[in-house]
Design a protein around this ligand. Structure first.
Ligand code: G3I
Ligand code: 9MR
Ligand code: ZN
Length: 530
């Protein structure tokens, strides 16, 4: 539905802030109508303000006083918003579908109709994989397909699981969600069962002899829009990388405590794997980091800055095992320039959380320094948030590939500051990032497939394309002003940064999905909605 009024298309919880954005040059009178068409609130918007990200003027229509459950629309003159709901449980369905996505991405196993519906498929990618440049083959079946493609990448896997673990830490009720997976009903909560599916694959990607971890397993190139069992080219395991090995160590260390109560032997295997990876990660020094070897053209997750991964690993190792060595190494990394973030590329923020939450002794000065850096970062984000009409901590330069993940990530940074300072303003700002993703954005679309009124219909996701129906519960990448694919160039050239989004199957730079975008959103939702 074309409209100039943008709202969270799912809705708002009764006591949350509620703002709609109207696109126009002047302040307006706006009304909130209930389901019967009766006007339940009439107000004047804020003054209009120019927005460099949209190259347009917008005003805010704040209707936070509406707290009664029900269905509503916002009306400005003849223009109406899509209908939305006010209710306490509005996010339950989305959370469940965001979680079920991981099951539907399972590789190396049959997905049956009963659990996967139209996305059912026989087992895939289960031939032995060639270790690049050798005649050695290795069984690395399992795990989740990374994204719209069928590759499996350690860096992406590790940050996905880290975010999911933080989601659980912040909202234990996620462990009670019936994900409707084949294992549902067993003693282990569904989400932990699903995460274990990825962990078991990651363990297979560690070399027994050295403890080093292979960067990824994919075919040499990307396949067409086919179901996974039809991608039958040889699988190639790419060389070890420092980022993969460090992230692997961090992730395995984190996982231990979640599984120890259910399966001690599995937890011990992971502890051992983490220690072995950590011990050798620094030996894998390749100038410039991992790059695709000759002949392989799939995703690289290339990353020139590898210190943040080591920083994160040392913090998780200390938190999990308490050895002085890990503490000393972390405290050494603190004095160096590391990249903070919760994305695949910059991971140091995970390290901060680990150090600040360990039950082993920490250095007060270092802990204070970390807390100050977290609050400073959030304050910088707050400035952007206040300046942005859509109430996201972005300026016009921030709309890059996977912008929706950075939206979620920034929300988590704001939440971190809330936890440290207790100041509600950070929490309120963090929640606005969720409203943006669910439809309060200038693209006028709910960025989670299958949710809202203005939906994403053509995600760059092979099973969705093969079945000709968008799978539910996938956070798509969102606007990317870099115009990194031909469809984005064709549809978005000349558009303002925040509008560089196109719902085209071939627009992988704006309309793809990934496991770590879903997990970033789940982490934020668990933090600020529970
Ligand atoms: O970090 C720079 C930033 O400093 C700069 O201002 C900005 C300007 O464009 O670029 C930033 O780098 C971008 C980087 O993502 C940041 O995350 C690159 O331009 C952009 O090309 C890069 O995109 C990555 C893409 O792979 C291409 O490498 C995405 O983040 C990443 O999510 C994506 O991952 C792919 C996998 O390789 C394969 N599977 C699908 C998956 C999703 O598209
Ligand atoms: O489908 C691929 C997607 O998962 C990647 O993120 C993207 C960038 O690496 O590449 C996509 O594959 C395209 C390839 O790069 C160029 N030819 C068309 C492919 C499918 O759109
Ligand atoms: Zn597969």
């Amino acid at each position: 539905m074309k409209s100039k009024i943008y709202v969270n298309e799912i809705g708002y919880r009764p006591n949350d802030r509620k703002v709609a954005i109207y696109c126009g040059k002047d302040a307006v009178n706006f009304q909130i109508l209930d389901k019967t068409g009766a006007c339940v609130l009439q107000k004047v918007s804020t003054e209009s303000r120019y927005n460099p990200s949209t190259e347009n003027y917008e005003v805010k229509c704040d209707f936070s006083e509406i707290k009664e459950n029900g269905e509503y629309i916002v009306k400005v003159a003849d223009e109406v918003s899509v209908p939305f709901v006010v209710g306490e449980d509005i996010y339950n369905h989305s959370v469940k579908s965001l979680m079920r996505f991981f099951y539907l991405q399972r590789c190396g196993t049959e997905l049956t109709k009963e659990f996967a519906g139209e996305y059912a498929h026989p087992s895939c990618h289960n031939t032995p994989a060639r270790i690049y440049g050798t005649d050695i083959f290795r069984e690395v079946n399992g795990g989740w397909h990374d994204a719209g493609d069928y590759g499996r990448y350690i860096v992406a896997a590790a940050v996905t699981l880290a975010a999911l673990f933080h989601a659980i830490e912040n909202d234990e009720s996620l462990l009670k969600v019936d994900m409707q997976i084949p294992e549902s009903g067993q003693a282990m909560p569904d989400l932990l069962t699903e995460i274990r599916y990825e962990l078991e694959w990651m363990l297979k990607m560690q070399d027994e002899a050295t403890g080093k971890v292979y960067h990824k397993v994919t075919c040499a190139g990307f396949c067409d829009f086919i179901m996974p069992e039809y991608e039958t080219e040889e699988l190639v395991i790419c060389p070890f990388s420092l980022t993969a090995t460090a992230d692997f160590a961090a992730c395995m260390a984190m996982a231990v405590k979640f599984y120890a109560p259910y399966d001690k032997a599995f937890a011990e295997r992971m502890a051992e794997a983490a220690k072995r990876a950590y011990a050798v990660m620094r030996e894998i020094q390749v100038p410039g980091g991992f790059l695709n070897p000759e002949g392989v053209v799939t995703g690289t997750y290339e990353d020139k800055y590898e210190l943040d991964e080591q920083y994160w690993a040392s913090a998780e190792m200390y938190k999990a095992f308490g050895d002085e060595l890990y503490k000393n190494e972390f405290e050494n990394y603190v004095n160096q320039e590391v990249m903070h973030g919760y994305g695949w590329e910059d991971v140091a923020s995970f390290g901060n959380l680990a150090y600040l939450s360990t039950s082993y002794p920490t250095d007060d000065k270092i802990a204070d320094k970390l807390r100050k850096a977290i609050v400073d970062k959030a304050d910088a984000l707050m400035k952007k948030y206040e300046a942005n009409n859509y109430e996201i901590s972005f300026d016009e330069k921030d709309f890059i590939w996977g912008s929706n993940m950075y939206i979620a990530e920034n929300g988590s940074h704001l939440f971190d500051a809330y936890k440290i300072t207790g100041k509600d303003e950070y929490l309120i700002a963090a929640r606005e990032h969720i409203n943006y993703i669910f439809g309060k954005n200038p693209c006028n679309v709910c960025f989670i497939t299958g949710a809202g009124t203005n939906q994403v219909y053509n995600p760059h996701h092979r099973p969705s394309a093969a079945v000709k129906k968008a799978m539910l519960g996938m956070l798509i990448g969102g606007p990317d002003s870099g115009l990194h694919d031909p469809d984005a160039v064709r549809d978005c050239a000349g558009l303002a940064p925040a509008l560089c989004y196109t719902d085209k199957l071939l627009s992988y730079s704006t309309n793809e999905v990934t496991i770590y975008w879903n997990s970033a959103l789940l982490m934020l939702m668990a933090q600020v909605l529970s």
